[in-house]
Design a protein around this ligand. Structure first.
Ligand code: PNS
Length: 168
């Protein structure tokens, strides 16, 4: 039987424990998952594409059947290049649903052979998003329990470099 491959696309600016939660569920269903980091030059992310990829690689356990790549075009085209039959997305709450439904239907129209599969996040991560994490960290709040440790260190280096003096 051929390998069941999925891609998990997103901005990952930065990776949160919510993302890893979805990834862990996805790897239980698919043989291989490709985390696909959107390289979007028109956006101004906190972390560059290279940094986002490096943080994902540092945060994902090495024994997971997961690789990390980048793409700049359509998600479905990257899925085809990767021989993926599914696009994984996480759902936190009903508020995510409308945009995800729209995106899922558009992707199905573009590539009917590729299925969008939603995984529900765990209750502990329902309120976790990259944007809220950045805002809280920037204003001095503690987000260490909500992101992988390489991300916590990298965010402190971006927002509060003086706090790391002597620690590195
Ligand atoms: O983490 P995000 O920002 O919610 O991820 C959004 C992402 C990257 C999945 C979405 O913007 C996307 O697929 N962009 C690539 C362009 C594309 O394929 N658009 C058509 C689908 S609507």
């Amino acid at each position: 039987m051929s390998e069941r491959i999925a891609i998990y696309p997103g901005s990952f600016d930065p990776t949160t424990l919510g993302h890893l939660d979805i990834l862990e569920r996805a790897k239980g269903v698919f043989d291989h998952v490709v985390v696909a980091v959107l390289d979007n030059p028109s956006k101004q992310p906190l972390f560059s594409t290279t940094e986002r990829v490096a943080l994902l690689r540092d945060s994902i356990p090495s024994d997971w059947p997961v690789t990390v790549g980048t793409f700049g075009g359509l998600t479905v085209e990257y899925a085809r290049i990767m021989n993926a039959t599914a696009i994984v997305r996480g759902l936190r709450a009903t508020s995510d649903f409308e945009a995800e439904f729209q995106m899922g239907l558009m992707n199905r129209r573009l590539a009917p052979e590729i299925h969008t599969v939603f995984f529900m996040t765990s209750f502990a991560n329902v309120f976790v998003s990259s944007s809220i994490i950045k805002e809280v960290c920037q204003r001095g709040g503690d987000v260490d329990a909500l992101v992988p440790s390489p991300v916590a260190v990298a965010m402190r280096a971006k927002f509060h470099p003086s706090s790391l003096q002597g620690a590195l």
